[in-house]
Design a protein around this ligand. Sequence first.
Ligand code: THU
Length: 157
Amino acid sequence: MRYTTLDQLEAGQAELLRAAREVAPRAFNPVSRFQVGAAVRDVRGNVYVGTNFESSALPLGVCAEPAALLAAISAGSRELTTIAVVGGDPAGDGKGAPVTPCGGCRQRIFDATGGAATTMRVLCSNLALGSVLDVTITELLPYPFGSSVLPAAAWEG
Ligand code: THU
């Protein structure tokens, strides 16, 4: 686990966090008011974003991470290198703890790497982009459940 700051990151990674920060206020969050923005970068440097989307039927809400992953996948991009996650309560000072992917989203990010989990970087921050947690999905989800234990026919990636 490694905490860093925006100015210590490579330009492309800082840009990815800013993209996640930019999309966070577009969150569809009438239930929690909590804003989350996610931005995924692929090997060509393309960036795809998403926000959380809540439902009046509470368990149907969707996190920002799968929204961004689906934007990438829908655009035909599967070689994903980094996901940035930024969030917080907009009524606060933005300086809370970095928002880390929930357990279910760790599984989704792991699956979306298509077997490249150890190189999939996850950058997490708060709305002020003040403190950045810079880890891999393998660090967030050690000993994952994955395709390797499924019958070959059940998973083609
Ligand atoms: N949320 C995300 O979008 N991503 C996470 O990793 C954590 C939680 C959303 C779900 C819900 O809309 C709100 O944040 C509060 O839980």
